[in-house]
Design a protein around this ligand. Structure first.
Ligand SMILES: NC(=O)c1ccc[n+]([C@@H]2O[C@H](COP(=O)([O-])OP(=O)(O)OC[C@H]3O[C@@H](n4cnc5c(N)ncnc54)[C@H](OP(=O)(O)O)[C@@H]3O)[C@@H](O)[C@H]2O)c1
Length: 187
């Protein structure tokens, strides 16, 4: 694996994540929140309805390594239905509607923070991502871009309207066998 930005040179998933310490950026009212997605070059977040065929083994290693840097993992009900989620070593928070309708995300994050969750990795999906960005709750975005085109009508990494364009800085960019691993921080 190569680091293209910043400070170009050789790196590895382990070495790169060793420098990543989200707990050093605590938030008072909610956990520090990072999103993680994999997409094709044509911006699709699924192939055949699931994300598995998009990324490589290195992408899986990055995801597993990332999880180890966070207190808990969060996903939406749609992702829970589509993907296999089992054997996670971290607490898994599934966002699903109740009798009152959709979950109040700021309130959910506030209560997670009160329970001691300082850092949260949200692994999608696109609908939950849109809602979190709309509420201004996202600090970082990890995006793997696989050197593949899949076409079709698959969702993108964010679905739904945003009240304004969300601006990010590119915090790092890594490459391995044509796959790009970007980390964006909210401006
Ligand atoms: N490429 C990737 O990295 C990646 C990552 C994750 C997922 N995916 C793919 O994305 C697809 C699922 O995405 P999705 O957009 O359909 O589902 P999603 O974002 O995982 O979940 C959305 C669902 O969460 C529930 N929900 C409850 N409160 C909510 C709130 N306040 N805001 C938003 N959602 C709330 C609703 O379901 P209920 O009303 O049923 O509770 C809503 O339909 C799957 O095909 C999966 O494979 C890809």
């Amino acid at each position: 694996m190569r680091r293209l930005l910043p400070d170009p040179g050789p790196t590895s998933v382990e070495e790169q994540l060793d420098t990543y310490r989200p707990w050093e950026h605590p938030r008072a009212e909610r956990p520090f929140l990072a999103m993680n997605f994999a997409a094709t070059v044509d911006g699709r977040a699924t192939i055949g309805g699931v994300s598995g065929p998009i990324g490589s083994e290195t992408d899986t290693a990055m995801l597993v390594g990332l999880r180890s840097r966070f207190d808990a993992v969060m996903i939406g009900a749609g992702t829970m239905r589509a993907e296999r989620y089992s054997g996670l070593s971290k607490r898994l928070v599934v966002v699903e509607s109740g009798p009152q309708g959709r979950v109040d995300l700021p309130a959910l994050l506030r209560s997670l923070r009160e329970e001691g969750v300082g850092t949260l990795l949200c692994e999608g999906g696109p609908t939950l991502h849109g809602a979190l960005q709309t509420a201004g709750l996202v600090d970082e975005l990890f995006l793997t871009i696989a050197p593949k085109l899949s076409g079709g009508g698959a969702p993108r990494i964010l679905e739904g309207e945003l009240p304004a364009v969300a601006e990010f800085e590119l915090a790092w960019l890594l490459e391995h066998e044509g796959e790009l691993f970007a980390r964006y921080s909210r401006r």
